[in-house]
Design a protein around this ligand. Structure first.
Ligand code: NAD
Length: 509
């Protein structure tokens, strides 16, 4: 793959030792970030960060742009988003390859991420004509009550490395049609993906004579803290670990800002004795090793009925034996690298901690060495038999470690599934209708996502995405998630010739 050609086609040009961000307001004073590919461990490019002066310039432009954008009719805002979706269609192959090379996920998943961006644009275009409010009957004669939804202002988007482009688009496509402008701080581990996206939207905005401040990019670790504490940003949408989410949410709440929190998961699949075992194997293995276990929805735990436990475990061990680990751009491989060496260290530490707590590994893990694995980021997906209360099982390790837990009754399985601090995604594999319905009932899974005969990962944009408990409670993407990006206003209009008070209160002068 010719990464230089891809970067050039995406509008990212090398400038001496640095890389153009395509935004004239970024100063040359800021520090730089080196972006290394976990695929081969080599430097892809160096990206400039935004210093304090750049931050202020971006915020000023965003404030000005909002004053204009909020008055553009929503369907016209949708038209800009439609053009953005079309521009993404044109750049899908290159952007997908860059996602794969910079983040390390398979090419199929890189392309899938860009497709997700296109899908949310399509969704947002339709939404731009459906920002409905309710009308209510007033208790007072000749009065009318209704509610309407207004944009909030500047939306700060802080995103994680593992979905370097899709998460931004889930937020931004909805935020834009709602009339907000967006300021994006991407992960410093995947800055080039962000720069490429910024190029795509900047071109669309320019072609339509729109202010550049509708979509801004700010790169660098210091920016996150700046956004958390900036009163000019009424809404912060944060995607990342529970640890950082706690900091962001506290800072934003202190200034009475709103936040959308999309934090860590600890997702389980219950494998019933009435499951289609072949389907369950595919769901479990894809869920556990896809994206090298670096999805918020990755399958971390399998809760397996005792009657089929041994049979299913043997099938899993066999399936893991077939996995090909290597260059994610080679479509024959199933598992690519972790994001960096620090992630590989955390994976090793988790295995050691698990062993100390009593985990019995039925497929051993380890960091891979050799010519094909020179980045030091490739690890072996592994499987351990554990008890749910182990500390390591209660935590989210962002790596392909799968835990097996045995159960007797469905009540017990659901209790185990719910007995973790996180509440993102969950699934049951069963052909038994009673079991499926019990799992989906109020007494069933406590997660934001609960699936039947589908694994825990791979959500569609049409549904509201997010989770409960330490996953943060936020919802993004489809359904009515758009409401989080707007402020609700209740309007009461009196067209009578008197002023009756609510609740029949008398106040005569
Ligand atoms: P992370 O928490 O390390 O970083 C996330 C973002 O926060 C990055 O942009 C980072 O630079 C920024 N950041 C760091 N310190 C900050 C601070 N003090 N204030 C503001 N921002 C700060 O997460 P990561 O390693 O990039 O991503 C993996 C995590 O994200 C996992 O826990 C995963 O489950 C979670 N995730 C959740 C979802 C979801 O929808 N629930 C989706 C993707 C990833």
């Amino acid at each position: 793959m010719d990464i230089t050609a891809i970067l050039t086609r995406l509008g990212i040009q090398k400038l001496n030792s640095g890389t153009s961000t395509g935004q004239q307001w970024l100063t040359t004073e800021g520090k730089t970030i080196d972006s290394y590919s976990p695929v081969n461990g080599k430097l892809i490019a160096t990206v400039q960060t935004s210093d304090e002066a750049a931050y202020e310039t971006v915020m000023k432009k965003a404030e000005e742009a909002f004053l204009f954008w909020r008055s553009v009719p929503a369907p016209k805002r949708g038209e800009i988003v439609r053009q953005f979706g079309d521009a993404l269609r044109e750049q899908k192959e290159d952007l997908g390859a860059l996602v794969s090379f910079e983040m390390g996920k398979s090419l199929q998943e890189g392309l899938g991420e860009v497709q997700e961006m296109i899908d949310i644009c399509d969704f947002a275009v339709g939404l731009s004509r459906q920002l409905y409010g309710l009308t209510m009957h007033s208790e007072r004669p000749n009065h009318r009550m209704y509610e309407q939804w207004h944009p909030m202002g500047i939306v700060g988007i802080i995103s994680a490395f593992n979905f370097p482009v899709a998460v931004w688009s889930w937020n931004t496509a909805l935020a834009w049609v709602c009339g907000n402008v967006c300021v994006w701080k991407p992960s410093s581990k995947t800055p080039l993906c962000a720069v490429a996206c910024q190029h795509v939207i900047t071109k669309v905005l320019k072609a339509n004579d729109m202010p550049e401040g509708i979509s801004s990019l700010l790169i660098g670790n210091a920016v996150g803290d700046r956004i958390n504490n900036d009163k000019r940003i009424p809404l912060v949408s944060f995607t990342g670990s529970t640890r950082i989410g706690r900091i962001v949410s506290a800072a934003v709440a202190t200034r009475f800002g709103r936040s959308i929190l999309e934090l860590g998961g600890n997702n389980a699949i219950i494998i019933s004795k009435d499951a289609d075992l072949n389907m369950s194997i595919i769901g479990a293995v894809f869920g556990a090793v896809g994206t090298a276990g670096q999805r918020c929805t990755s399958t971390r735990r399998l809760i397996i009925h005792e009657d089929i436990y041994e049979e299913f475990k043997n099938k899993l061990v066999h399936a893991y034996g077939q996995l090909r680990i290597g260059d994610p751009l080679d479509q024959h491989n199933h598992v690519g690298p972790l994001i960096d060496k620090a992630a590989a260290d955390m994976y090793v530490q988790a295995i050691e901690k698990g062993k100390k707590e009593g985990a019995k590994f039925v497929v051993e893990g380890g960091v891979l060495n050799g010519e094909n694995y020179s980045s030091g980021c490739y690890v072996k997906p592994c499987i351990a038999e554990v008890e749910n209360h182990y500390e390591i099982v209660q935590e989210e390790t962002f790596a392909p470690i799968l835990y097996l837990i045995k159960y007797k009754t469905l009540d017990q399985a659901i209790a185990i599934q719910n007995d973790v601090p996180q509440g993102l995604s969950s699934a049951i594999m069963t052909l038994n209708l009673r079991e499926a319905e019990q799992f989906l009932s109020a007494a069933g899974s406590d997660c934001g996502i609960a699936n039947v005969n589908i694994g825990t990962s791979g959500a569609e944009i049409g549904g509201a995405f997010g989770g409960e408990k330490e996953t943060g409670g936020g919802r993004e993407s489809g359904s009515d998630a758009w409401k989080a990006y707007m402020r609700r206003q209740t309007n009461t209009i009196n067209y009578a010739d008197s002023l009756p008070l609510a609740q029949g209160i008398k106040f005569d002068l």
